[in-house]
Design a protein around this ligand. Structure first.
Ligand code: SAH
Length: 237
């Protein structure tokens, strides 16, 4: 797989949902539900039409297709062959053009550094052994002046209660065992890794959930799920 930075069990776990990835009521239904909010956040920070975008840990392509629909020249990368198969098939059915590749962020950054206007890496960092290495790779993938987006879960008591106890056990919104609290990432940690690679923070927003209406919304509360946008400074001169 040309990277050590992977939990094979995680690739298998997500791959086992390949056939139901696009079912809006399936195991991945929360990704479908939050995708319009992710796109709203992304488009508040960068134009997409005609821009080169790479979606790291793309899974079955929910965000990747949305990027392409908004006019981006989109590439999705993941290590799950099954999910890439699902993504390709769905993309054909949607009549969209998206390129998919089985390659790690680190390996792509070695071969195509500085090539992408937009780099997205959503709900993936909390599933790898060394998230800082993925952040560094995403940073290298971005062009000077490009924008890098992450979303993950905060390592807070509130996130433990809502994202694990609430979402996995009480409301059964996502399959049990989806998340491991120890792998959650504090906004301060994500910001530090991004800063270490030379990125500037452009914005952070939380994703809130109202259990009464079943609706998600963007919120200033970054205590549970949050989105972050970083800018790679334009090259001097
Ligand atoms: N980003 C997508 C899917 C999130 S699910 C979305 O938000 O819609 C997490 C994804 O990360 C899965 O597709 C899984 O296969 C992928 N993944 C986990 N570890 C990875 C790694 N080391 N390199 C690339 N992808 C990885």
């Amino acid at each position: 797989m040309a990277t050590d930075n992977v939990h094979i069990g995680e690739i298998e776990k997500f791959g086992s949902h390949a056939h139901r990835w696009w079912d809006p009521d399936g195991e991945l239904k929360t990704l479908h539900a939050v995708n319009p909010l992710r796109m709203q956040f992304i488009q508040a920070h960068t134009p997409l039409a005609g821009r080169k975008a790479v979606d790291v840990g793309c899974g079955g392509g929910i965000l990747t297709e949305a990027l392409a629909k908004a006019g981006a020249d989109a590439l999705g990368i993941d290590l799950s062959e099954d999910l890439l198969g699902t993504a390709e098939e769905h993309c054909r059915e949607s009549g969209l053009t998206v390129a998919y590749r089985q390659i790690s962020a680190e390996a792509l950054a070695d071969s195509q550094p500085g090539e992408f206007d937009v780099v997205t890496c959503m709900e993936m960092l909390e599933h790898v052994p060394d998230p800082a290495s993925v952040v560094a790779a995403c940073t290298r993938l971005a062009k000077p002046g490009g924008t890098v987006f992450f979303s993950t879960l905060n390592r807070s008591l509130k996130a433990y209660l809502l994202a694990i106890v609430g979402a996995e056990y009480l409301l059964r919104m996502i399959p049990r065992g989806t998340h491991d609290f120890a792998s959650f990432i504090r906004p301060s940690e994500l910001s530090r890794w991004a800063r270490d690679g030379g990125l500037d923070l452009a914005g952070m927003e939380g994703i809130g959930y109202n259990p009464l209406t079943g609706q998600f919304h963007l919120t200033s509360d970054i205590g549970v799920n949050y989105l972050a946008a970083f800018r790679k400074p334009a090259a001097a001169g």
